[in-house]
Design a protein around this ligand. Structure first.
Ligand code: PRX
Length: 652
């Protein structure tokens, strides 16, 4: 099917369909009407305060919100601990023997932790970290596969008040090193290796390369991934390295949770912006925990008996908010899976759903499009009747994929929650509440109660379509960019007076529903992962033959966007298919495989304006095979015609 045909189908699907919450679902849902929206609009601070009261506080707050734009403080003066709220609170509430985590490794090994067991393991590891000299306020880097120790390490840090900085296990040693240096992390927690698509990701070897010569890292803790103690990935242990299992075996299972100020740092998570190096998004404790607790319960309509599964990696914000802090604060039982969705076959997710009786599934549109391509026969082989709610996150979902998800996975009975949010927002912002809001395929519907969004034009006037803005502070909002207050102001708060700039374009329909179409800046969304064009360009120019590089995103049926790199080489360097491969591998080595360009196009010149600015819009047109727009401002219009011919030639 052609792309144009697909788009046509998408438009038809989205305009014609509205799905009311199914009666059977509605009957038992937490929220069924508009009341919470009204209550929250009436008294936003009081509404959030009532959510905050569900958490355990060592000391109550004096004021709900202190807003000195663009700096917010929520639950001012309150003291609490995130790990205490995810663990201890449930022990006291009779959930000690409830399963918290049910984990399956890619090879099929299984581990289960009750809340009591998770509490003990976290406490032991927290003591072990203390034993290595980690104190309140010290930053700790975590570079782990999707194994229970990833959640345990995060919670152990939170327990002793050491902010964590989790780095996705697919990132390169250089990316890890940059993040370690930016946050001056004293300890690094990694594993010998992790399983991915039958192979082994050599995390320890990568970590060694990352911290080689980096003296700020005093200790490296290494989890032995293999259940029988075999060492994976050729890991070797050096002087500052410690085996996790040895530290934990010696550690006490009692570790008091550090009372943290509501505004104390809980974690830093790096994400890409438009320029320069990745930015460390800062999240604090009280407001963040309040909003992840609230959204987990209402968006996923979470009940005590649910088996919840979020397929994200803990290396992304979705893993932070909707694997670790939200579901555990809500006392959920959740499934965690280590590996690839197509290993050992393309039915692995459905095997897992059936085996564990998953009731709530939260995944990414890019995964859904891959499942569509693999064919409905894979889910059809499994009994998926336990599912009662489906969710998506990370990128716009095309209505065709939405409908497929609804029919082939949800058996036409499960509501779908399309949740819009960002690393910066910390928690879900625009989403249906599944028992209360009718859904339309492709729309994230309405702001969560207690959050305010709108659409503005560049001048700050309200518009039907334009830029998505958030107009009042929300509890889980980022508190800044680590070590760079100015960048925080200019990136998010300088476009309009008093409104947060999301970087996304959106429109609002006659029902007030939001339709988010994607980024307006130079941030790409490749398979739901955020990548900066500037990062990929910087990586390319570190290759000796590259003189200049311009990177744009082009539409991709599976991944949403794919990376197209336009490269000019230094004088006299020969270009070849081998060089294409070499440059793609070079980017993977510099950043990580997720940033690998799909296309590399060599060009003698890049299209530039007379003032020397690269015309990315034209490059996007070329990469997407569109008719070229206005080229009159170009210094040399012949360059783009030449490029267009070349691009078409390279595809054909
Ligand atoms: O462009 C939006 C897109 O993902 C961006 C945020 O990426 P990141 O910080 O990596 O967080 C992803 C997980 C929360 C947004 O600016 N995005 C996320 N969710 C949606 C979305 N676009 C459309 N619809 C969504 N549901």
């Amino acid at each position: 099917m052609t792309t144009a045909k697909r788009r046509e189908i998408d438009v038809l699907l989205s305009e014609e369909r509205t799905f009311d919450p199914p009666p059977g679902f509605r009957d038992r849902a937490h929220v069924v009407g508009e009341q919470p929206y009204l209550t929250a609009a009436d008294n936003r601070e009081g509404y959030w305060e009532s959510w905050a009261r569900e958490l355990h506080w060592f000391q109550p707050w004096e004021r709900v919100l202190d807003w000195q734009p663009p700096f917010a403080r929520w639950f001012v003066g309150g003291k609490l601990n995130a790990a205490y709220n995810c663990l201890d609170r449930h022990l006291a509430a009779g959930r000690a023997e409830k399963r918290a985590l049910v984990w399956e490794g890619e090879p099929g090994d299984v581990r289960t932790y009750t809340y009591r067991e998770l509490h003990a393991e976290v406490s032991r590891f927290a003591n072990a970290l203390k034993g290595l000299g980690v104190m309140k306020g010290d930053r700790v880097a975590i570079y782990l596969p999707m194994i229970p120790e990833a959640a345990i390490a995060m919670l152990a840090c939170a327990r002793i008040g050491a902010p964590h900085s989790v780095v996705f296990g697919g990132f390169s040693p250089q990316s890890l090193r940059d993040r370690i240096e930016d946050a001056s992390t004293k300890v690094l927690i990694t594993a010998d290796g992790g399983y991915r698509r039958g192979g082994i990701v050599p995390l320890k070897a990568n970590a060694d390369a990352a911290v080689d010569g980096v003296d700020i890292v005093e200790h490296v803790v290494v989890v032995r991934r293999h259940p029988d103690g075999e060492v994976l990935g050729g890991a070797t242990m050096g002087e500052r390295d410690h085996w996790y299992h040895e530290l934990v075996a010696e550690a006490d299972a009692e570790c008091p949770a550090e009372p943290m100020d509501s505004e104390d740092l809980l974690y830093i998570l790096y994400t890409y912006g438009t320029t320069g190096k990745p930015k460390g998004i800062v999240h604090t404790t009280g407001g963040y925990m309040t909003q992840v607790l609230a959204t987990t319960r209402w968006v996923f309509d979470l009940r005590d008996e649910d088996i919840y599964w979020c397929t994200a990696d803990v290396g992304w914000v979705t893993g932070h908010s909707y694997i670790v802090y939200g579901p555990l604060a809500d006392g959920a039982t959740q499934l965690m899976y280590e590996g690839a969705p197509d290993w050992p076959d393309r039915g692995r997710f459905w095997t897992l759903c059936e085996k564990y009786g998953v009731t709530i599934l939260y995944t990414a549109p890019t995964a859904i499009r891959a499942f569509m391509k693999w064919g409905a026969e894979w889910p059809a082989k499994h009994d998926l009747s336990s599912l009662r709610l489906l969710g998506t996150v990370g990128e716009p979902i095309n209505p065709e994929a939405w409908m497929w998800y609804r029919e082939k996975i949800g058996g036409d009975r499960c509501p779908i929650v399309d949740t819009w949010w960002q690393t910066e927002t910390g928690a879900i912002m625009i989403t249906p509440l599944p028992g209360a809001i009718a859904t339309k395929p492709g729309s994230a519907t309405l702001p969560f109660p207690g959050t305010d969004a709108t659409i503005l034009d560049s001048e700050g006037n309200e518009a039907e379509s334009g830029l998505l803005a958030i107009t009042s502070p929300w509890p889980a909002m980022l508190r800044g960019i680590y070590g760079d207050e100015e960048r925080y102001r200019t990136t998010y708060w300088s476009k309009w007076e008093g409104a947060y700039f999301t970087g996304d374009a959106a429109r609002r329909d006659e029902d007030g529903y939001y339709w988010i179409s994607g980024r307006v800046d130079d941030v790409l969304n490749v398979a739901g992962h955020r990548i900066g064009t500037a990062e990929v360009e910087s990586a390319l120019v570190t290759h000796p033959v590259v003189a200049e590089a311009a990177v744009v995103g082009r539409q991709d049926e599976l991944k949403g966007q794919a990376i197209a790199a336009f490269v000019s080489v230094v004088d006299g360097a020969p270009v070849s298919e081998d060089l294409v491969k070499e440059l793609r591998d070079h980017v993977a080595k510099e950043i990580g495989a997720i940033a690998k360009p799909a296309d590399v196009i060599f060009t003698a010149d890049l299209p530039k304006t007379r003032s020397g600015k690269i015309m990315r819009r034209l490059l996007r047109d070329i990469a997407e095979g569109r008719a070229l727009g206005d080229t009159t401002t170009l210094a040399d219009p012949a360059v783009v015609e030449q490029l267009k011919k070349q691009y078409e030639g390279s595809e054909g």
